[in-house]
Design a protein around this ligand. Structure first.
Ligand code: URA
Length: 418
């Protein structure tokens, strides 16, 4: 077998065999297949697609390219993953809720790339919080307090890391077989036996249409089933940013407030939908509405917030910030955007908001870019709200005065008021 034959197979719209897929993944990960050869194959897959069997074989080959975590000593572990969005702080809120209900949470999260943020970066906005943790300590943490949130360990699905970086550089990210295999390989390697997937749909998501989102959701559910991991995928809206804030520290503060009982409606909807399905998979109850009530109860009685405090302490974070959010460092400039006309907000394009947050320094374009934790946006008004001239629509938090002012002008163009 050689890579030229494999490229030819997919270029000519034929099905790749399991052996061909395994050969490609193994030899590209080891460096024996070059980037230009892999680019040709990835582009052929992007254009000609893959059937279910090919996607499953690609997923398993990528999952097996590194360590497969064994979490069996923790019992039933339900993982949660989002296909990405703007202002998506759901893991920060949901993970402690789930752990407070007695379901072990052992979750590895990514860093932000492009316009979408990453949970690992957000957690690092809590002074002292350690996200780089060895597998053994990770499992010990879950055994001790029922929860650990860390970043992906270096040997988790290394084939995906390489292929994802290549896809990014040759503009081949938005492909259902490639996204499904990328996400599911990491989920399978990180050891959970049950998985709830949040497939975001809209301008700030990879899937722009409901039809594509459904296709991606179905594909990942099928891979989960074939890989013996019970999987539920739900579709959520990502046409406008989720919640009140975008930016690392700002989203952590919003999450603490949410656990204190002040959760924005749109965030609550996603938290309840995903959480109730996680409870169902964990065997805590088939009735989704009852599950939602139990989640609300653990927010009301403070158990979820207490679990978040335990998590922060256990990972070396400074708990005084959680107990007093005023302590978090603030950006140098906080400039309001004021409404220049009255009416109803018709749209607030999530992707455009994501671009502004990256422009301010909250996200990274390249993997090695530094981020500024305290910068971002706080929305006072969102889609559907009535506004009057002079109302504050949002605040822009930036560290550079010129950039902050420029961001205000850009955001003004994004708010559509009719
Ligand atoms: N998230 C991933 O992990 N992989 C993709 O391909 C897209 C989103």
């Amino acid at each position: 077998m050689n890579i030229q034959e494999i490229i030819e197979t997919k270029r000519d719209k034929h099905k790749l065999s399991k052996q061909q897929i395994e050969y490609f993944v193994k030899n590209y990960t080891s460096g024996d297949i070059t980037d230009y050869q892999a680019s040709a194959l990835i582009m052929a897959i992007y254009i000609n697609g893959m059937d279910e069997e090919e996607i499953t074989n690609l997923t398993l080959a990528m999952a097996n390219s590194g360590d497969i975590l064994d979490l069996s000593e923790l019992g039933t572990v339900v993982d949660k993953h989002s296909t990405g969005g703007i202002g998506d702080k759901v893991t920060l809120i949901l993970a402690p809720i789930i752990a407070s209900l007695g379901i072990p949470v052992a979750k590895m999260s990514g860093r932000g790339l492009g316009y979408t943020g990453g949970t690992a970066d957000k957690l690092e906005s809590i002074p002292g919080y350690k996200v780089e943790v060895e597998e053994k300590e990770f499992i010990e943490n879950v055994k001790k307090i029922g929860i650990s949130l860390i970043t992906q360990t270096s040997n988790l699905a290394p084939a995906d890391k390489k292929i994802y970086a290549l896809r990014d550089s040759i503009n081949c990210v938005e492909s259902i077989p490639l996204i499904a295999s990328s996400i599911m390989s990491k989920k399978i390697a990180s050891g959970a036996n049950k998985i709830v997937l949040d497939v975001t749909c809209g301008s700030g998501a990879f899937m722009k249409t409901l039809e594509d989102a459904k296709k991606l959701a179905e594909t990942m559910e099928k891979i989960g089933k074939l890989a013996n991991r019970e999987t539920i995928a739900v579709i959520t809206d990502m046409n406008e940013p989720l919640g009140k804030t975008v930016g690392n520290t700002l989203e952590v503060i919003e999450s603490i407030e949410a656990l204190n009982g002040k959760m924005k409606k749109d965030v609550e909807e996603v938290v309840l939908l995903l959480g109730s399905n996680m409870m169902k998979l964990a065997g805590l109850g088939e009735n989704i509405e009852e599950n939602k009530n139990r989640i609300k109860e653990n927010i009301r009685n403070g158990k979820a917030l207490e679990k978040f405090r335990e998590l922060v302490i256990n990972q070396g974070g400074d708990i005084s910030y959680i107990d007093n959010i005023e302590k978090f460092p603030k950006a140098k400039y906080i400039i309001p955007l004021v409404a220049e006309k009255s009416g109803v907000i018709e749209s607030l394009d999530a992707e455009e908001v994501g671009k502004i947050s990256v422009f301010l320094g909250a996200g990274r374009i390249k993997k090695e870019d530094d981020i500024q934790k305290e910068v971002g946006l706080v929305f006072e008004k969102k889609v559907g709200d009535n506004v009057n001239i002079g109302d504050i629509l949002a605040y822009i938090h930036g560290n550079n005065e010129e950039k902050t002012k420029e961001a205000v002008e850009e955001l003004k163009k994004i708010y559509e008021i009719r």
